[in-house]
Design a protein around this ligand. Structure first.
Ligand code: 13P
Ligand code: SF4
Length: 301
């Protein structure tokens, strides 16, 4: 309680807003002003009138907030909170891929570094990837989709396109296996199944829907299903259970934990705001180019 009170006081003193991703620890989600998916958090960052954004998520998300709102101070409570998938492709590797496919358009998942975004035509999240691909690219255009091979495969299947892909993946979602989903379905035959598009294709095939984390919240609110099996990082269950007290949620597997998302704690949020520490900064030239790909995403969205 004391920590929560200190956070509230610091928030008022600093004119701060706390943004938290759906995978954050329950107590961090509960203290946040806004909890959402990557897209929702980007939109909130672009709209807030706060001077300070305390970003409880992983580094690429905080970086995206800084790129969109360069005049604001963006803090990440633990600077080690990276995303292994985002680190699976570097700007040099992408430049090499582009040199092998000259003239191809490049779309990157928001789970990328700012330097990689700076090399892309536009950016997408799991919530809007399909729409963006449909609205942006001509049928005869070659398109490079990085870095998540599974999201690329999912969008390819939905749109009937072929992409030049990169073999990146999310180690947390890769831990969810078809066997896990099948076992949960056996235990809860009435339950609907929702999974994240970062899951393996064999897992997605078993699901009723593949959705972004915010899409999962919407589905859970609107669906008639009273039991839902959830194939994503287990932090998601806190919000689903809180918002839908009459429904029962089962994780596809308790193994789906993103250690980076769990690095943010209430203590570190207090420390960040007291010391104004780990400020997120993006070199101006990279930020300017990366912003073009993020702005295009927000426009199409
Ligand atoms: P969402 O944009 O669906 O919240 O996903 C972000 C993410 O990192 C999933 O692993
Ligand atoms: Fe990155 Fe996967 Fe963690 Fe999402 S769950 S932040 S994609 S490592």
């Amino acid at each position: 309680m004391e920590l929560v009170e200190r956070i509230k006081k610091l928030k008022a003193e600093r004119n701060a807003v706390i943004l938290a991703h759906n995978y954050q620890l329950p107590e961090v989600q509960d203290v946040a002003d806004f909890v959402g998916d990557s897209l929702g958090l980007s939109i909130q960052a672009s709209r807030t009138s706060a001077d300070l954004i305390v970003f409880c998520g992983v580094y690429f998300m905080a970086e995206t907030a800084k790129i969109i709102s360069p005049e604001k101070t963006v803090l990440i409570p633990d600077a080690r909170a990276g995303c292994p998938m985002a680190d699976m492709i570097t700007a040099d590797q992408l430049r090499y891929l582009k040199s092998r496919h000259q003239g191809a358009k490049v779309i990157c998942y928001v789970n990328t570094t700012a330097a990689v975004k700076a090399e892309c035509d536009l950016c997408c999240t799991s919530a809007n990837a399909e729409t963006i691909v449909r609205k942006t690219f001509r049928d005869d255009e070659e398109v490079i989709f990085v870095p998540d091979q599974y999201l690329a495969a999912f969008v390819a299947a939905r749109t009937g396109r072929d992409f030049v892909i990169w073999k990146g993946f999310c180690p947390t979602h890769a831990r969810i296996l078809p066997e896990h989903v099948k076992e949960q379905k056996r235990l809860h035959p009435e339950a609907a199944v929702i999974v994240h598009p970062e899951c393996r294709p064999a897992v997605i095939e078993l699901a009723d829907q593949a959705l972004s984390t915010e899409g999962m919240c919407r589905f859970s609110r609107e669906s008639a299903a009273l039991q839902i099996i959830v194939g994503t990082e287990i932090g998601m269950l806190h919000r689903l259970r809180k918002e839908n007290p009459g429904k029962t949620f089962y994780p596809a597997t308790e193994l789906a934990v993103c250690p980076n998302m769990k690095l943010t704690t209430l203590e570190k949020i207090v420390w960040a705001m007291e010391e104004m520490t780990h400020e997120v900064d993006v070199p101006e030239e990279i930020a300017r180019k990366a912003r073009v790909s993020i702005d295009r995403m927000l426009e199409v969205n």
